[in-house]
Design a protein around this ligand. Structure first.
Ligand code: NDP
Length: 448
C-alpha cells in the first residue's frame, strides 16, 4: 500500500497550480488539486484574460473614430456594455472548461472545494474528507487589499468589475498601479468619465519615469482626471442614488462606481500553515527558497502566495520548475532576471530589464538612447499622441540592460526585444539589425 493517498496535493487551481499538477502528473505522480472558487484562478477568471478582452473591446472606440480617415462610414454606432460583458464572461467559462479538461486529461483528481493543511502531509477538504500527500503545493494566489475608510464597503475591486450590471458613466478609481490604469483606460475609451485618485503623485511605481509622465500626459488629454496626494477618505450614497466619493480634503466626486485597486496580498488566511510550522511573512506570504520550498520540507509554494513577482507567467514558470525538480528528476530554479512586463493602459507600456535609475545605481556608467516619435497611424488619424522608446546601455560593455516602451502595441513588440536583453546582446547588435519598415518596432534599431 502507498504510504500517502497522493504524491502531490495542490491547493489552488490557478496558473501556477494547474501547471504544476499537469507536469507532475506527466512525470508519473498521483496528483490531487483543490479549488474553492473556479478553475483558472485570478488570471483566467478575474484578471488578465477578461481584462485583455475588455481592452480589445474598448479599442474599437478609437478605431471607429479613426475609420472615416480611411474612407469608412460607420453609421448607427452604439456600445452595449451587457453584450461585451456577457461575451467576455462566456469566454472565461470556455477557458475554465479547457483548464478542467487539461486536469482530467492528465488524470489529476480535482475537488471543487476549499482545502486546508492539517500538518506537513495532511489536507482537509471543506466537506470533511481528509487526505495525505507526500508533497503539498500551495498555489492559492492573492486577493485585493482594500484600505478601510468610511463607506469602503460601497466600493468594488477587480473581483467585481467584470460583472457590473450596467455601464458606469462616472468612475472613480483609487490607486495608480496596473489595475487602476488599465481600467481607467477601458472605462475612458468606452465613454465614462474617469477620475483616478492616488495617495502619492507617482503612477506605475517601478516603471521608467519618462514613460509614466508620457502616459499621464496622453491619458489626461484623453479626458482622465487625476487627483494626487489625496486617497479616498469617504464614500457615501447620495440622495440621487449614485455615490459621492471624497478624495482627501477635496470636494466629493459623483460616481456610479468606485473601484479600489491598491494592491494584492497573498491569500493564506486560515490555510492551516501553522500546523506545518510555517510562519507567514509581513504581507501574509509564504517564504520559500530558490526551489519554492517552504521551511517545511514537504510543503512548497508558487505564484502570488509567495509575494515574489505577481505575474502569471512567473507563477507558471515556478510551478513547472517545482514539478520538474521534485517529480521529473530535473532540479532547476526559476530565473527572475529580465522578466518582461506590460501595463495594458491606453496607450500601453512595456518594459524589460533595468530602468535608467536602477542601471545607474548598479553600473554607474550608462548610456541612454531614446526615440520620441509619432506613430504613422496616429499621424494619419490626426492624433498627436507620441510613442517613447528607451534603451538603457552599459557604457563599458555596450550591453543593453533595459528596454522601455510606451506606444501602440508596445507589449507585442517588447516580447521580442526581451529575448535580446536576456541573451545579453549589445547596442551594436541592435544597430546591426536591419529595420523592418514601416513599423513602430523599427525605432528599436534606429536609435543613435
Ligand atoms: P499595484 O501595486 O500595481 O498598485 C497599487 C496602487 O495603490 C499604487 O498606486 C499605490 O500607491 C496604491 N496604494 C497601495 N496601498 C495603498 C493604500 N493603503 N491606500 C491608498 N493607496 C494605496 O497594485 P494593483 O492592485 O494595481 O495590482 C496588483 C498586482 O497585480 C500588480 O502588482 C501586478 O503584479 C498584478 N497585475 C499585473 C497586470 C499586468 O501584468 N498587466 C495587470 C493587473 C495586475 P503608491 O505607488 O504610492 O504606493
Amino acid at each position: 500500500m502507498a504510504e500517502y493517498d497522493y504524491d502531490l496535493f495542490v491547493i489552488g487551481a490557478g496558473s501556477g497550480g494547474v501547471r504544476a499538477s499537469r507536469v507532475a502528473a506527466s512525470h508519473g505522480a498521483k496528483v490531487g488539486i483543490a479549488e474553492e472558487h473556479r478553475v483558472g484562478g485570478t488570471c483566467v477568471i478575474r484578471g488578465c484574460v477578461p481584462k485583455k478582452l475588455l481592452v480589445y473591446g474598448s479599442h474599437f472606440a478609437e478605431e471607429l473614430q479613426d475609420a472615416s480617415n480611411y474612407g469608412w462610414t460607420v453609421e448607427g454606432m452604439k456600445f452595449e456594455w451587457a453584450v461585451l460583458r456577457d461575451a467576455v464572461l462566456r469566454d472565461v467559462t470556455r477557458i475554465e472548461n479547457a483548464y478542467i479538461a487539461t486536469l482530467d486529461n492528465n488524470k489529476v483528481v480535482h475537488f471543487l472545494e476549499r482545502a486546508t493543511i492539517t500538518g506537513p502531509h495532511g489536507i482537509r477538504l471543506a466537506s470533511g474528507r481528509e487526505f495525505t500527500a507526500k508533497y503539498i503545493l500551495v498555489a492559492t494566489g492573492s486577493w485585493p487589499v482594500t484600505p478601510v475608510f468610511e463607506g469602503s464597503d460601497l466600493c468594488i475591486t477587480s473581483n467585481e468589475v467584470f460583472h457590473l450590471p450596467t455601464f458606469p458613466n462616472r468612475v472613480v478609481i483609487q490607486g495608480a498601479g496596473y489595475i487602476a490604469l488599465e481600467f481607467a483606460g477601458i472605462f475612458n475609451a468606452l465613454g465614462a468619465h474617469v477620475t483616478v485618485v492616488n495617495r502619492s503623485d507617482a503612477i506605475l511605481r517601478g516603471y521608467d519615469k519618462a514613460l509614466c509622465d508620457r502616459l499621464l500626459q496622453i491619458t489626461m488629454a484623453r479626458g482622465i482626471e487625476y487627483k494626487f496626494h489625496c486617497p479616498l477618505t469617504k464614500v457615501e450614497p447620495s440622495p440621487e442614488g449614485d455615490l459621492l466619493a471624497t478624495p482627501g480634503q477635496l470636494d466629493p466626486i459623483r460616481a456610479d462606481v468606485v473601484l479600489i485597486a491598491t494592491g494584492r496580498k497573498p491569500k493564506t488566511e486560515g490555510l492551516g500553515l501553522e500546523s506545518a510550522g510555517i510562519v507567514l511573512g509581513k504581507n501574509g506570504q509564504i517564504a520559500v527558497d530558490d526551489h519554492s520550498k517552504s521551511v517545511c520540507d514537504s510543503i512548497y509554494a508558487v505564484g502570488d502566495v509567495t509575494d515574489r513577482i505577481q505575474l502569471t507567467p512567473v507563477a507558471i514558470r515556478e510551478g513547472h520548475a517545482f514539478a520538474d525538480s521534485v517529480f521529473g528528476g530535473n532540479k532547476r530554479k526559476t530565473a527572475y532576471d529580465c522578466v518582461p512586463s506590460a501595463v495594458f493602459s491606453q496607450p500601453p507600456l512595456a518594459a524589460v530589464g533595468l530602468t535608467e535609475s536602477e542601471a545607474r545605481n548598479k553600473y554607474g556608467n550608462i548610456k541612454v538612447f531614446s526615440s520620441d516619435f509619432r506613430p504613422m497611424k496616429n499621424v494619419f488619424a490626426s492624433r498627436h499622441e507620441r510613442g517613447l522608446y528607451k534603451l538603457v546601455v552599459d557604457a563599458n560593455t555596450d550591453r543593453v540592460l533595459g528596454v522601455h516602451m510606451i506606444g501602440p502595441e508596445a507589449p507585442e513588440i517588447l516580447q521580442g526585444a526581451a529575448i535580446a536583453v536576456r541573451a545579453g546582446l549589445t547596442k551594436a547588435d541592435f544597430d546591426a539589425t536591419v529595420a523592418l519598415h514601416p513599423s513602430m518596432a523599427e525605432e528599436l534599431v534606429l536609435m543613435r
